[in-house]
Design a protein. Sequence first.
Length: 124
Amino acid sequence: MAVINIQAFKERAGKDPEFLRAMRYYDGVLRISVGDTETYDLKFHDGKMTGAGPGDAGPATIFVKATEEQWSAMLAEYPKPFYHSLQSSAVRHDVVLSGTDATFAYLPALNRMMQILRMNRKAG
């Protein structure tokens, strides 16, 4: 079973006012990786998600990579300390978060992405 349901994320994020506002103007690829087994690319043009599916070998402006165990901890309904946000997970739990300007410009969107992924996981 996949740790992340990318299609459920696409559906929920596409209707989420907070995520849509936080992603406005973004052009590029946001890549989500679960170890070496799952990779997903979210493609955006001018802040609108134009695709979500299996990752390809193309460049990603923003990426998040974590093990299955790390994702499970981050997506828990009530995450343990330092798993509640991507920044603290990167600093305290070795989650790999890109260090690009886009990453930091879109941190509010990335944290909302985590909340949406958490809601999807809870919903099953």
